[in-house]
Design a binder for this molecule. Structure first.
Ligand SMILES: Cc1cc2nc3c(=O)[nH]c(=O)nc-3n(C[C@H](O)[C@H](O)[C@H](O)COP(=O)(O)OP(=O)(O)OC[C@H]3O[C@@H](n4cnc5c(N)ncnc54)[C@H](O)[C@@H]3O)c2cc1C
Length: 386
């Protein structure tokens, strides 16, 4: 493995950081407080990211994408995360790219790819990843949303909860069962347009962190979708779900690793300038140890991310490694957000403080994409099998 990034990739990263600082940072404390209720708060930023080319980085040029490999894409999104203090936006972008676009690229028909991916890249269409239900979170394949075969397609009935972009989506990547008796093997994936009759976008749900990301529930009431809306084959939903989660677990924290680097830089600056007991706080070993721990977490998170990117470029798949990547980075992000909170004292705890917002944003990461408990279970099950 070569860790030296090409000059061109470094430049792309520097530009992405500058773009995020200039275009995605304004008014973040107020937008976070308002909580994505107003489309005007987040939509212009989403469109700016699309216009910049961020939503198509890893997709083929023929579809309007940037045609970059995964290592380059990861570097650019990491730098974006350094520049953008908006964890809701970067989570939304990451989910769109990794959990939705990549599986559609992989499993979609030529017609689906040609129809949907250019619109997702341009930002004209926003997709939601609709898996979780009130009774099936960790046990995702215990879902009960039903897809009943009818002439020319399927009729969906059910409700999905805790869905990023739900109140604003134009399309949903929905997992539903065509045969509950077959368990996970009865599940199929559908690409459902929000204009379909019986597609109901519920109101915005407020959450403690990543508040700039629209969030809510989707309900399907006798919602007809044509046969052409099936992604992959009927009954292949479990395999498609696993692949989309493998993308998600490897890369959804890419921009958050950039945020970890920003938090560390902020903590170092503060430790040099905040005087307590007659000197800067970095002279107290408890504070400097926390800086060292944050640096270590950043380095290990980056290494896992780079390995995951290298593996993806080789076409190598391994759910247990993806789980380890997700587990380590999400917990490292949270631990470092907590250390930043300790270092900043009361300043970090104030409502509008970036340190407090990082902490709230980081807390969601131990749950979405599967909880840390579930990642540990996947890793240990692979060890026992080996
Ligand atoms: C910010 C955010 C964004 C999200 N975005 C989306 C989205 O876009 N689309 C979507 O479909 N979902 C989304 N989710 C939902 C997320 O995927 C689920 O919340 C997650 O899978 C956990 O499910 P649950 O909340 O039902 O917890 P539960 O499954 O009820 O788990 C509760 C507790 O039990 C533990 N537990 C459960 N089973 C086991 C087990 N077998 N072994 C050990 N411990 C176990 C869990 O680790 C947890 O501690 C999002 C969630 C958050 C917080």
């Amino acid at each position: 493995m070569d860790f030296a990034l090409p000059e061109q990739t470094i430049t792309l990263g520097q530009n992405a950081r500058k773009f995020a600082q200039a275009e995605l940072s304004a008014d973040i404390a107020q937008r976070d407080k308002r909580g994505a209720v107003d489309t005007a708060d987040w939509r212009p930023l989403w469109d700016a990211c699309a216009n910049y080319g961020l939503l198509g980085l890893a997709l083929p040029k023929a579809l309007g994408g940037g045609g970059h490999d995964i290592q380059t894409t990861v570097h650019i999104l990491q730098e974006l995360g350094y520049g953008a203090p908006d964890g809701g936006l970067t989570l939304g972008l990451g989910a769109q790219i990794w959990s939705m676009q990549m599986p559609i690229l992989e499993f979609g028909t030529e017609a689906q790819k040609a129809d949907i991916l250019p619109k997702l890249i341009s930002g004209d269409m926003i997709c939601a990843h609709a898996v979780t239900e009130s009774h099936s979170g960790s046990d995702a394949m215990a879902l009960t949303t039903r897809a009943t075969k009818v002439d020319g397609g399927y009729v969906l009935n059910g409700e999905k909860v805790y869905i990023g972009m739900a109140p604003a989506c134009d399309l949903a990547f929905v997992f539903a069962t065509v045969n509950p008796d077959h368990g996970a093997w009865g599940v199929s994936a559908f690409l459902v347009e929000a204009t379909s009759d019986g597609f109901i976008r519920k109101d915005q749900t407020q959450k403690m962190g990543t508040r700039t990301l629209p969030f809510g529930a989707l309900e399907f009431v006798d919602c007809f979708v044509p046969d052409t809306a099936v992604l992959g084959k009927i009954g292949a939903g479990n395999a498609i779900f696993n692949r989309s989660l493998e993308w998600e677990r490897r890369f959804i924290f890419t921009s958050q690793v950039g945020a970890m680097a920003r938090m560390l830089d902020d903590c170092v600056s503060f430790a040099k300038t905040r005087d307590v007991f007659g000197g800067p706080i970095h002279t107290h070993q408890s504070v400097s140890n926390r800086l060292a721990d944050m640096k270590l977490r950043l380095e290990t998170a980056q290494l896992m991310l780079w390995r995951a990117a290298w593996e993806a470029d080789q076409g190598a798949w391994d759910m247990a490694r993806a789980a380890a990547t997700k587990l380590h980075i999400s917990e490292a992000y949270l631990a470092s957000a907590m250390d930043a909170m300790r270092n900043f004292g009361a300043r970090g705890y104030m409502e509008d403080a970036e340190i407090a917002r990082n902490m709230r944003d980081a807390l969601g990461g131990i749950t979405y994409g599967g909880t840390s408990d579930i990642q540990r279970q996947i890793i240990s099950a692979a060890l026992i099998r080996s």
